[in-house]
Ligand binder design. Structure first.
Ligand code: 6PG
Length: 251
């Protein structure tokens, strides 16, 4: 049973800086305990804003960036280097500014690459990568993710899992190609809820009044098929990082 926590910050800027400090500490603690750390990144304004704050932090070099494995929770299936790709934005915000080990940065494939325009094939390849990195005792074929970062959409989506879709219902695969996505671009790649729920800690980070309803619904026990963010729970901890506006309807 996950330990659920809600932390409300004054505004988006404070949330991003506080989440960045929390992430640095979590990575340092993981490296202290196991010599390495594994972080799953997300896209969107909030998720990228946190990475920018990590870059700006005086504490950032407490992390040995060469011993962090980076994955993505979802990706916009666009050509390599497209400014709208989550990978492009994460590299610009943080990864290009710290001494990561390129072999330990695991982006989801772009369109127009080895999989052409086949997002399903690209998703299957990412699932294979995750499976190859999973521990022998893994209950689900994905690595031990220490911290999995997520945003929340106005209708309750998280990663690229939207309400009432086959993708939010997926229980067998760890990664899916997502088609006809309401949030552009329409074609994406996403971890599924079982993969997300394999993470030790899941942090859902969002701001603004437009997210208040889905946040309240998720915290109130909504069904994941209706509010996908409600299904994003960590094995050990589920942490909601909100500003006052996003928390306004939550009891
Ligand atoms: C994406 C993200 C998506 C995002 C939410 C929230 O690729 O767009 O993965 O899930 O996190 O839509 O985005 P904001 O933080 O910008 O509201």
């Amino acid at each position: 049973m996950t330990r659920q926590q809600v932390v409300v910050h004054d505004d988006g800027d404070v949330l991003a800086a506080a989440a960045a400090a929390r992430l640095i500490t979590a990575v340092v603690d993981a490296q202290q305990a196991r010599g390495t750390a594994s972080v799953v990144l997300t896209g969107g304004r909030t998720g990228i804003g946190v990475l920018e704050q990590v870059r700006a932090s005086a504490a950032r070099d407490a992390v040995d960036w060469s011993r962090v494995d980076f994955f993505w929770g979802d990706e916009r299936f666009l050509p390599d280097g497209d400014p709208e790709r989550n990978e492009t934005q994460a590299r610009k915000a943080l990864l290009e500014h710290v001494a990561v080990d390129p072999a330990r940065v695991h982006p989801m494939a772009p369109s127009g690459g080895e999989f052409g325009e086949d997002a399903d094939a690209a998703a299957a390849a990412y699932a294979e990568l995750l499976s190859s990195l999973a521990g022998e005792r893994a209950e689900f074929p994905v690595p031990r993710f220490d911290v999995l970062l997520l945003g929340v959409g106005e209708e309750g989506h998280t990663a690229s899992l939207f309400p009432d879709t086959p993708y939010v219902r997926e229980q067998g695969r760890s990664v899916v190609g997502v088609h006809d996505c309401p949030k552009p671009p329409p074609t994406r790649i996403s971890l599924t809820l079982p993969a997300i729920r394999s993470a030790a800690e899941v942090w859902l980070m969002t701001t603004g009044g437009a997210k208040a309803e889905p946040v309240a619904a998720a915290l109130g026990g909504a069904e994941p098929v209706d509010i996908p963010a409600a299904g994003a729970q960590g094995r050990e901890r589920t942490l909601w990082l909100l500003d006052g506006a996003a928390a306004a309807q939550a009891r």
